[in-house]
Design a protein around this ligand. Structure first.
Ligand code: ZN
Length: 328
């Protein structure tokens, strides 16, 4: 039973990438996520839409990308998700640093935040990312994907997103209305970071940082963050609540693997509410997720044309790769 008064946490995060092959190689091979859906941007069918997630495509685990090669590099700034953080098992950051060394992926010094170890790094497009050590118990809803990394280090869905906002207060109030509770404020450098937490355990945290800095959408930036509203009725309740706060949510839009409502929150960040179903395995078998290009709705009848407008990409497979599948 879901509680319509609270979102359980983040559902997915969607970003802008550059070269699709570079994006695929990093997220599947280096970070070890599973490609659970290979589709197209439904508003721009000449562009891919990649979904990287845990083994089961569990809500709260999918990082999705539009590789828009033509766009310039973006700039992270106010009114954006500035950083996206993922959960990894406690004690695994040594392995991750070794893995990043072997792939020549740069990372920054570890830091500690709200009692957890954090490893900041970037993807090849410069997208700011973090791995956060979390206690992941046997009842965890996520399922590790171990094609490229061992279970001891596998990413287990989102930990948090950090929003940069000119004025964090209205966004904090909105998060409260969405069921996130204010957890406290920590100083990182000179910035007070205020954490809001949902029931979780996956994607449970949203951190707000006051920042006034120009932003530009482009490679290496987040396009939007989606929050879980497990059922249609949860979503309608939340949509109503968002409207009551003077925001302008869209009607429900069918995204085939979930149903979505979008709105811009007070600080300018694009938020989405997404249902848990039907799920990534609703239109292809769970064991072969992502292997073929999935064309939802009317695009399916134009497969040859759509495919001819997309660049070729190959999906890394553990068998084809000679490297050790672990960081150490
Ligand atoms: Zn979305």
């Amino acid at each position: 039973m879901s509680n319509p008064s609270a979102s359980p946490g983040i559902h997915h995060v969607t970003c802008v990438a550059g070269d699709p092959q570079q994006n695929m190689d990093f997220w599947v091979e280096v970070l070890g996520l599973r490609l659970v859906k290979r589709s197209i941007n439904q508003d721009d069918p000449g562009t891919y839409h990649f979904f990287f997630a845990d083994a089961a495509g569990t809500p709260g685990t999918s990082m999705t990308f539009f590789p828009w090669s033509d766009l310039p590099d973006g700039k992270v700034g106010s009114g954006q998700v500035a950083t996206t953080a993922f959960r990894v098992p406690a004690g695994s950051l040594d392995r991750w640093e070794a893995r990043f060394d072997s792939y020549e992926t740069a990372y920054q010094p570890r830091t500690e935040r709200f009692g957890q170890a954090v490893l900041p790094f970037e993807d090849p497009d410069g997208l700011p990312l973090e791995l956060v050590e979390a206690n992941i118990d046997t009842a965890d809803p996520t399922v590790p994907w171990t094609a490229f990394v061992s279970e001891e280090m596998a990413i287990r869905g989102f930990h948090s997103v950090t929003l940069w906002l000119a004025d964090p207060d209205p966004t904090g109030e909105l998060l409260g209305a969405m069921g996130f509770e204010e957890r406290g404020t920590e100083r990182s450098g000179s910035d007070p970071r205020t954490r809001y937490s949902a029931p979780g355990p996956v994607g449970a945290h949203v951190d707000l940082l006051p920042r006034i800095e120009a932003s530009r959408q482009g490679h290496g930036t987040v396009h939007h963050v989606a929050f879980q509203t497990p059922t249609d009725s949860d979503q309608e309740t939340m949509r109503h609540r968002v409207r009551q706060r003077g925001l302008q949510p869209t009607p429900q839009i069918d995204r085939h693997w979930f149903r979505s409502v979008y709105f811009r929150e007070h600080g300018g960040v694009l938020f989405e509410l997404a249902t848990n179903g039907p799920g990534y395995d609703s239109d292809e078998p769970a064991e072969s997720l992502g292997e073929r290009l999935v064309l939802p709705g009317p695009f399916g009848e134009r497969r040859a044309e759509v495919e001819s407008n997309l660049p070729e990409v190959s999906i890394p497979t553990a068998e084809a790769d000679g490297r050790v599948a672990d960081g150490d």
